[in-house]
Design a protein around this ligand. Structure first.
Ligand SMILES: Cc1cc2nc3c(=O)[nH]c(=O)nc-3n(C[C@H](O)[C@H](O)[C@H](O)COP(=O)(O)OP(=O)(O)OC[C@H]3O[C@@H](n4cnc5c(N)ncnc54)[C@H](O)[C@@H]3O)c2cc1C
Length: 361
């Protein structure tokens, strides 16, 4: 996949290859009670990503037929074998093989389809947290070496797993809409740079029996934020710790200029359960030891960030469901959480289909 992305325009530069520097970060992280997940990162940037995908699309033009803006309502299955799909506008498309890749926004739809087909789904954890925004210099030592430092922390009080996710150096905080629910996210451009770096601090929860609706739980918290603020909330860490809401005036006084202008200054403690707030605050204290200044009163917290990791369908090694010739891949199938992994899952399913076709020929 990496070769394919670079062929269509992803940049050559790879972060995380300087082992001495990585080991240095790892050592300092360990002293702060944080575990560094080593990884190599190639950063495309939001605008380059769109460009790369357009080039891929142009390459495929004429080789296959694409139907955009065509929402699939249901899968057509007969005798435990997939036959095709039916779209919302009533048209049917028949095929020997179907690969379903609905992403996170289509995760609930896929779960509902699995229920209709009598397939048992396995619940994934739900990740709830905030997006933290600080001046870029605070994280520069880490982002220069790793681009996206992935750090894990086990909270002292609850022993929950807390992690950094989707670090956006010199990036901006953005909103994201999931079926009408507004959450936060972050992105970096290749060319356009801001003075800030943002990252998600997320707490993972795997609910136990009888609860089986982690997506609904995450959405509930996000909806509560939307209800209170009309969208997303931004709060200075200092205000959160002082037990008061942030106001426009308090944010303006701070040293971090928010990149998401539409966020409403407010109080995240009305939204996030005590457990999550405690975990997040502990994590910020730990991060401050390797990125001094991160745990400061002017650091901005945007809420809420929720990762709706989808339910997993029972799949075999080539990502086929118990319905013959029906494959599910990517984030919507609860298998992946990033671009390259999602792409790899597509290749796994596609190779199997090619193999079957070759055997049949
Ligand atoms: C703001 C943001 C920043 C991110 N940054 C990074 C990053 O830096 N690095 C990284 O690796 N990953 C990043 N990701 C994650 C990455 O985008 C996903 O992991 C990846 O796109 C998943 O691919 P996918 O094909 O599974 O799903 P998607 O890319 O979500 O595609 C699924 C598509 O299916 C469509 N769909 C859903 N239901 C239906 C239906 N019923 N009928 C028809 N179509 C349907 C959706 O509209 C969507 O177009 C980011 C995501 C976001 C939102």
């Amino acid at each position: 996949m990496d070769k394919i992305y670079t062929r269509f325009g992803a940049p050559d530069n790879v972060y995380g290859d300087d082992i001495d520097m990585v080991e240095d970060v790892e050592r300092k992280a360990a002293l702060a009670g944080l575990k560094l997940i080593r990884q190599r990162v190639r950063h495309m940037g939001t605008e380059k990503c769109a460009e790369t995908l357009r080039k891929m699309q142009r390459y495929l033009d004429g080789k296959l037929e694409t139907k955009m803006r065509s929402e699939v309502k249901g899968l057509i299955v007969e005798g435990r074998k997939v036959k095709g799909v039916e779209t919302v506008d009533g048209s049917k498309v028949f095929a020997e093989y179907i690969i379903v890749a609905p992403g996170r926004s289509g995760a609930e739809w896929l779960k509902a389809e699995a229920q209709v087909l009598g397939l048992k789904t396995l619940s994934n954890p739900v990740d709830v947290g905030v997006r933290v925004e600080v001046q870029a210099q605070i994280l520069e030592k880490l982002t220069k070496v790793l681009y996206e430092p992935k750090l894990i922390y086990y909270s002292r009080f609850f022993d929950d797993i807390v992690r950094t996710f989707c670090v956006a150096p010199y990036g901006e905080v953005i909103t994201e809409s999931y079926n009408g629910v507004l959450t936060v996210n972050g992105q970096s451009y290749a060319e356009r740079k801001t003075r800030n770096t943002n990252l998600a601090v997320l707490v993972s929860t795997s609910f136990t029996e009888p609860f089986k609706e982690p997506i609904a739980y995450g959405k509930y918290i996000a909806r509560l934020t939307n209800l209170l603020s009309g969208g997303v909330i931004v709060q200075r860490l200092g205000d959160l710790e002082a037990g008061r809401r942030s106001t426009e005036e308090r944010i303006n006084r701070g040293t971090v200029v928010p990149t998401l202008k539409s966020a409403t200054p407010g109080d995240l403690s009305f939204v996030l359960p005590y457990r999550y707030l405690t975990d997040i605050r502990e994590m910020l204290e730990a991060l401050d030891k390797i990125a001094p200044g991160l745990h400061s009163r002017d650091s901005l917290l945007y809420g809420v960030e929720v990762k709706f990791y989808s339910s997993r369908l029972p799949l075999n090694d080539c990502l086929e469901t118990p319905i013959k010739n029906l494959f599910t891949i990517g984030d919507g199938a609860g298998l992946t959480r990033g671009l390259v992994q999602a792409s790899v899952s597509g290749v796994v399913a596609a190779r199997q289909i090619v193999k079957r076709e070759e055997t049949a020929a």
